[in-house]
Design a protein. Structure first.
Length: 151
């Protein structure tokens, strides 16, 4: 049994200790916004917040998260920065296929939480762990700048 706080709700879960958080979120809790991309924490599609810090849900065993606060893309509706980023994504029309975008948004919001007015270099560094196979990097950067300006 493990107890997790996900998007402000507590869950007592009877799952294997070594089950990756990603599968708990998707298969047990039905939160499918966090995506499986590579399974080795290299693409960023599974980005979530763990106690407010960016983490990769595909490689973190659920037992390592007992009593920690997990925030997924679904939980970003409760975040002022998250809302601004999501609106900027829509305004700039960032999404092409959309598969990586929840992880991109999570990383972008984390960046803006740390650096409210990031430079292009700040953005490139913060977003380097998120791969977009469609190549929407210029639109992602523009949306992050737009979200920063909306503050």
């Amino acid at each position: 049994m493990v107890f997790l706080h996900v998007n402000g709700t507590g869950y007592e879960l009877d799952v294997p200790d070594d089950m990756p958080l990603l599968w708990v979120l998707r298969d047990i809790l039905g939160l499918t916004g966090t995506k499986f991309g590579c399974g080795i924490a290299q693409c960023g599609a599974c980005t979530v917040y763990l106690d407010g810090e960016v983490g990769r849900a595909c490689v973190i065993p659920v037992a390592a998260l007992a009593n920690r606060k997990v925030t997924t893309i679904e939980g970003m509706v409760n975040s002022t920065v998250g809302k601004r980023v999501q609106q900027a994504w829509l305004d700039i029309d960032v999404v092409q296929c959309g598969y990586c975008q929840s992880g991109q948004i999570m990383s972008a919001a984390a960046l803006l939480g740390r650096i409210p007015k990031p430079t292009d270099s700040d953005i490139d560094l913060a977003m380097a762990g998120n791969i977009c196979r469609c190549g929407t990097y210029e639109r992602i950067r523009a949306a992050i700048h737009r979200a920063a300006e909306a503050a």
